[in-house]
Structure formats: structure tokens, C-alpha cells
Design a protein around this ligand. Sequence first.
Ligand code: AMP
Length: 281
Amino acid sequence: MNIVSTINEVRKQVKEWRKQGLSVGLVPTMGYLHEGHKSLIDAAVKGNDKVVVSVFVNPTQFAPGEDLETYPRDLDRDAALCEQAGAALIFHPEPSEMYHRDYSTYVDMRTLTQGLCGKTRPTHFSGVCTVVSKLFHIVQPDRAYFGQKDAQQLAVIRHMVEDLNFDIKIIGCPIIREEDGLAKSSRNTYLNEEERKQAVILNRALQKGKEQIESGERKSLEIKQTITQTIETMPLAKIDYVEVVDFQTLESIEEIKGEILAAVAVYIGKTRLIDNFIIRV
Ligand code: AMP
């Protein structure tokens, strides 16, 4: 496995693979990899001849005051995980390689990015769409892999690929969890012992909402109430949002019908965690 930091090196390598008729999968990440990321790499290794993992803490998707500087980083550990999983190349650029001094082009989506995480993080998805577009142009993969953990991001990327005619298949992968149900996240490392215990409430609350739907409840207000009240039982939990939306449009719905996304963002202490489930009824 190679680790490269320049766009030219990636292009050269991918060109060579293309000459040999090999297919290429891309797994974009911000690093500090865990089993969630590994599941994406595993899927990519299964579905492609060569797999590129990008490890880049993308500054444009962080707002001032967010955790850009403190975001955990450990390239050696990431490299070991990627190599073991069978990736062929890690692309680990410096921010200056991706955004030169007078950089000024951004990809802005007008729908899908306003609600859910877009409310609290209004510039986030512009940064995500911009960096993912750039990675798509640099790597030109056949397939790219994204986790359902970031369900809004997955919907946004799918929509962007359609809007901008990227010839890339987007593969969504299920959420990987800790044994107690907490969705794996690089940000879980921010939690102290007590916060870590209370963080299970996100998944526990969502499970309750899901069971209610499975038992026949069709009013989204009821589901939201169940989820909200369950989260509020934890003293360290402060809700950012609890939403039930249509998974295609990400618009709020009153009646549970079709493919729906129930998503939450909750501060546990100072750490903002997200989780969700998708269900078709
Ligand atoms: P990140 O490094 O947090 O930007 O995540 C990179 C990719 O890994 C995104 O597509 C995430 O949705 C995905 N991912 C992160 N955590 C998980 C998880 N627990 N299960 C599945 N995918 C995940």
C-alpha cells in the first residue's frame, strides 16, 4: 500500500491502474479510522480491483469555533488499518494541496442541506460537497462509499452526483455500532467516562421510536416525542434536533409513509453526536 500526499501522485497511480483495465473504489474519510470506516473499506475492496482511502480533515466543512484543530489524527494507525483491510492507496493531502491560497470555488446545494445538521451547521455541506467533488475529480473512481451514519450527507452526495453528472456509483453502507449500541465515531474519543455511558441514549431513543413505527404508529409527532422524551432522561444530553423526514427529500413529514429517516443530533456534554435509522413502511 502506498501513502501519497499530492494530487499528481494519485492521478499517476490511478492512470496506471486504468491502463491495466482495473476498477477503482474510493472511501473518503477524515481519518482516525474505526470499524465504521473499515466496513466501508471492506465493501470497497470487495467491489473493486483497487481501493483509494482519502484521509483529510477538510477545513471547509468546519465552521469557526468547531473542532477542526482538536479533531483526532493518527496517520500511522490509519495506515495500518487500511493496509490490513486491503486498500491500495491512501491519499493524505495537506490543506494547502487541496485549497491553494486564492481558492474560491464551492459546490452549494440549495435543497437537502437546509434542515437537520444544516440548521446548526449552515456552511457544513458546502464544504462536504466541495471536497467530495474535488476528490471525485482527482481519483475518478467507479464507485464511492459513504456511511449511513451520516445519512444527510449520503442523501446530499447522491443528489449532487445526479445534479453534476458524476459517472460514479454511490454505495451506502450500514451504521457500525459499539456493543452497547453507540454508533462508532471518531468524535466518541472526546467523551469522558460518564458522558460515554450517557451517549447510549441516542440509539436507545431511536430504537424506541423504531419499535413504535413497527407496532403501527404512523404519526411522526408521536415518534419524535418518544425519542425526545427518552433522550431527555439523560442529564448530560442536550438535544440539537430530533427529526422525522422523507429520506429522498429530507423534508419533515406528518405521516410515516414510504422510506423515512429518523435522525437526531445531541450534545453529550460539549460533544455533538448524531445517529439515525431508516425504515420503509
Ligand atoms: P468521517 O471520517 O467521520 O468523515 O467518515 C467517513 C465515512 O465513514 C463517512 O461516509 C461516514 O458516514 C462513514 N462512517 C463513520 N462512522 C461510521 C459508522 N459508525 N458506521 C458506518 N459508517 C461510518
